[in-house]
Design a protein around this ligand. Sequence first.
Ligand SMILES: Cc1cc2nc3c(=O)[nH]c(=O)nc-3n(C[C@H](O)[C@H](O)[C@H](O)COP(=O)(O)OP(=O)(O)OC[C@H]3O[C@@H](n4cnc5c(N)ncnc54)[C@H](O)[C@@H]3O)c2cc1C
Length: 415
Amino acid sequence: MYPAFPAPSDQALRAFAEMKAFLAEDVFPAEESYARYREEKGPDDHTVPPVVEELKVRARERGLWNLFLPSESGLTQLEYATIAELSGWSLELAPEAINCQAPDTGNMELLHLVGTPEQQARWLQPLLDGEIRSAFAMTEPAVASSDATNIETSIVRDGDEYVITGRKWWITGAADPRCKVLIVMGKTDPTAPTHRQQSMVIVPVDTPGVEIKRSYPVFGHQDQHGHCVIEFAEARVPVTNLLGEEGGGFAAAQMRLGPGRIHHVMRALGAGERALAMMVARSKSRTAFGGLLAEQSAVREKIAESRIELDQARALCHLAAYTVDAEGNKAARHLIAAAKVAVPRAVLSVIDRAIQLHGAAGISDATPLAALWGWHRAMRIFDGPDEAHLTTLGRAELMRDPLFELPAALHDQFR
Ligand SMILES: Cc1cc2nc3c(=O)[nH]c(=O)nc-3n(C[C@H](O)[C@H](O)[C@H](O)COP(=O)(O)OP(=O)(O)OC[C@H]3O[C@@H](n4cnc5c(N)ncnc54)[C@H](O)[C@@H]3O)c2cc1C
């Protein structure tokens, strides 16, 4: 009838308390140094502010490391949801500080699930150790990439090598100087059945023929790690760089996207909570027309609506996380899709209200709100646009067995 979530383990409670202390004592105080470094370097710089690596050391000392991977952390997804949400309070710093940042988490998950022992030793271990970063290259400018079967990049076997030719864009993380490896999706057999044409290969960034051309800003904000256009001009890798099996790329992409999506959603809730906290603080400190903003019923309503939306969104996210734990990614896919639609919507509307309450400051770079709005607006497109999830959800609902077979007369009586 309804799921009863298991109580959090002692380990989860300890990790939550530690993460909260980490944010208060280490992460928030580091935000200024991060912002100053990036401002001084200019918008197109992608070097790493030193404070990022310093925070990684602090997080590891606190035992906050790789918590996203149940086999490493011992936490369930539901338990991790609360930690990931805390990390969303400081999106540019906290997820990476604890080595739980996209897109590396999805890539680590993939290497963990389908990588060979050699691939795991060469790439997974340094990723788990936070020594390198990675990117996932699927989207292409030439085709509608929300439908992964459209991908055109060719991966052609030539003796002991694969030859990769194509152009990708919006490849997150590839501008970061620490990004050493790309997981590239392309077609190995365009004549195979639609969902068996694709494969994934591991491509070291320094492979001849791989060129990272530029990074796109998100609504004018350049992320430190970048979202890049990458050209593959007959780049060659050994056949041993195939990830999983030939023709298994589409299935592997689905495998990767499930956890990746729900982790984005968990962090988004933290960003929404930060926006709400900023709204509350602002309304208690700003006076207009003879009184504090907090005394205006219109402002209280905004705050109340925001609390309701965030708590509703969290309930859906936690149900999806619990279902992953209890029944696996496949069983949870519709709930993950629903959370992927509902949570960014809720968070965007909270951020929008927070922007409004901050007046002109809200739309400037004087607060994090504008960049947060941009990121969560983008979230309605990346990892599957809303419409793709809604189509899947609508189809599932139409196929669901009705709880009651109501007699037609019940519906006809008002004619
Ligand atoms: C900030 C950011 C980071 C990203 N990071 C990565 C990354 O690391 N690696 C990577 O490979 N890609 C990445 N992407 C790309 C992202 O995954 C794609 O943009 C997304 O899958 C949509 O593909 P598209 O842009 O080709 O849009 P299209 O596929 O052309 O879709 C455009 C629009 O068409 C509509 N549409 C699509 N499908 C349907 C449907 N079934 N029903 C109704 N309408 C529909 C929707 O409105 C959709 O937004 C990133 C994108 C952004 C913005």
